[in-house]
Design a protein. Structure first.
Length: 194
């Protein structure tokens, strides 16, 4: 192993690097040569240890489904560094929303408006409603799924659904009553009208 001060890059043989990674010896991934950051085996070894290192992988590997999913499984925030193509890939994002609670935040606008993707996301994590399209935040089925999981997800529903009695009851059922007034605003008044 050597360090080239001119290029400020570590010059390692692939075999040396894999050995160091396997021994959990810290190596600054961002200081590796472009060749090593484009090597699938090397990148997989790094993202298994720290998914956020996906940021320094080559563009080609940030578009590789297996590499990115490995990174996301280690650290969901790695999804931020996935290629736009993957964040617009329906099959890939369906897996991601089931593994990482904030995955919908990184999905393309098209997929944030895909009811099946959004339903999968809010069934895992009600607060994912925040990242759904405005159209789906006004969809009763989507909002009911979200508030049934997390009462406070009501905050992200459309204004109309935030005052809907059935939606409010579902949200309150998932929220401590003493806190419900903070979530629902005038919930007591609305609930007492019937």
């Amino acid at each position: 192993m050597s360090y080239n001060s001119k290029s400020k890059k570590y010059e390692l043989k692939k075999s040396e690097l894999i050995t160091l990674i396997s021994k959990n010896i810290p190596i600054p991934f961002n200081d590796l040569s472009d060749e090593l950051r484009a090597d699938r085996e090397v990148v997989m070894a790094f993202v298994r240890l720290s998914g956020s290192l996906l940021e320094y992988a080559s563009a080609e590997l940030r578009a590789d489904k297996e590499v990115v999913m490995t990174a996301v499984e280690q650290n969901g925030l790695a999804l931020e560094f996935a290629s736009y193509g993957l964040r617009n890939d329906r099959e890939f994002m369906m897996k991601a929303v089931r593994r990482y609670r904030y995955a919908l935040d990184y999905a393309s606008d098209e997929l944030r408006n895909d009811k099946e993707i959004v339903m999968a996301a809010v069934k895992e994590y009600g607060y994912a409603l925040e990242f759904a399209s405005a159209e789906l935040r006004a969809d009763r089925e989507v909002v009911m799924a979200a508030v049934s999981k997390e009462g406070y997800a009501l905050y992200y529903a459309s204004e109309e659904l935030r005052t809907d009695k059935e939606v409010l009851l579902a949200a309150v059922a998932q929220t401590w009553w003493t806190e419900a007034k903070d979530v629902c605003g005038g919930v007591r008044v609305i609930l007492n009208r019937s």
